[in-house]
Design a protein around this ligand. Structure first.
Ligand code: SF4
Length: 214
């Protein structure tokens, strides 16, 4: 059984897959408490569903791209089985994970979008660094959410220290909604000399920052 907050069809709002139709399976619960978290509603509640019930809802949407997200999806052990079942069924599977839980054991057919928590999140100390060593350059992406200049300096240092330009398919820099001057951040990225990309959360621009299930 899995504790599930919501399953819905939308467009992918982030990563190199932004703009694509995507079914989201949002699992309940997260062991972290990022200061700027925009999915606190996933911390509690949810509905217990069997794997088969989740698969049935995913099937009903008829979309070949599926993201398993949260909360922290990998905090529920059965999520690993769900990912396997989705891959077996031929879906293209994305996993959005906060970077605290080990990604070891995630089905190799799924693609990871792995967060590295920066200092302003308050959860920097919980980054599980071996996750970065498991990134695969042909499919996995790494994401830094940036709240200020310190976060940007931190992200750059991590990219260099872990040679992420070599390890990851894409390095995503995402501003905390409403906190960073976007032009300033664009300038940091433009002048970085790094192979990184700024991303804005497409779903928030379309539906607004408070909307759920989109
Ligand atoms: S890891 Fe994600 S869901 Fe968990 S507190 Fe941080 S932003 Fe929120």
């Amino acid at each position: 059984m899995l504790r599930v907050t919501e399953i819905f069809l939308s467009i992918q709002g982030e990563s190199t897959h932004a703009g694509r139709p995507c079914t989201f399976v949002r699992l309940t619960g997260c062991p972290m408490r990022c200061t700027w978290c925009d999915s606190e509603y996933t911390f509690t509640g949810g509905e217990w569903l069997s794997l088969e019930a989740v698969m049935e809802q995913v099937r009903a949407f008829g979309c070949r791209l599926v993201e398993v997200t949260g909360g922290e999806p990998l905090a529920q052990r059965e999520a690993f089985t769900l990912i396997e079942r989705l891959c077996d069924a031929g879906y293209e599977v994305l996993i959005e994970t906060g970077g605290y839980v080990s990604t070891e054991g995630v089905d190799a057919r799924a693609s990871l979008i792995l967060d590295v928590k920066c200092p302003a999140s308050g959860e920097e100390a919980r980054n599980h660094w071996p996750n970065l060593e498991r990134l695969r350059p042909d499919r996995d992406e790494v994401k830094f959410v940036i709240a200020n200049r310190d976060d940007w300096d931190y992200a750059r240092a991590v990219v260099t220290r872990y040679e992420l330009e070599r390890r990851a398919l894409a390095i995503l820099l995402s501003p905390v909604w409403g906190e960073v001057e976007l032009r300033e951040m664009a300038d940091w990225i433009a002048t970085s000399g790094m192979n990184i990309r700024m991303q804005l959360q497409l779903h928030k621009q379309v539906w607004g920052p408070e909307a759920r299930g989109v």
